[in-house]
Design a binder for this molecule. Structure first.
Ligand code: MG
Length: 160
């Protein structure tokens, strides 16, 4: 078994929606990012790559590469899923925590889990997305951005 963790943070900027867990959520601001700024999927991808010993998303999808400008993070997640599988790993489970004062995601959580399960070809029961606030403390507490943490467990195949 292999464990991996991921973390990501993006600041708010102009916009009328955010992408979180592949779900478009209407909001009074957007997230500043080279891609779509989906911290849930970015943290998850880093956890997957970390568990597999395969680097991080910055290495595979660099900011400096115009190919990833405005990228749909679900496309990147599917690519990471293929990398994991090609290295002989199976995903036991993944757990993501969003840290945000806003937007509230309770009504979107199931859609996020469904997106992740579909993109990684996993049973829905192996995916969890939860959320908490920063209790008003620090930059996240002031609502200047959102962050996410992810933990993943991989089952090693014969090659690992
Ligand atoms: Mg990111």
């Amino acid at each position: 078994m292999r464990i991996g963790s991921g973390h990501d943070l993006h600041r708010f900027g102009p916009g009328d929606h955010v992408m979180l867990g592949g779900v478009r959520i209407a909001h009074d601001r957007g997230l500043v990012a080279h891609s779509d700024g989906d911290v849930v999927l970015h943290a998850l991808m880093d956890a997957l790559l970390g568990a597999a010993g395969a680097g991080d998303i910055g290495q595979h999808f660099p900011d400096s590469d115009a190919r990833w400008a405005g990228a749909d993070s679900r496309v990147l997640l599917r690519e990471v899923g293929r990398m994991i599988a090609s290295r002989g790993f199976e995903i036991a489970n993944c757990d993501v925590t969003l840290v945000a004062e806003a937007p509230r995601i309770a009504g979107h959580r199931e859609a996020m889990c469904a997106n992740i399960a579909a993109d990684l070809a996993l049973e829905r029961s192996r995916v969890n997305v939860k959320a908490t606030t920063a209790e008003g403390l620090g930059a996240l507490g002031r609502g200047e951005g959102v962050a996410a943490h992810a933990v993943v467990l991989l089952l090693a195949g014969d090659s690992a």
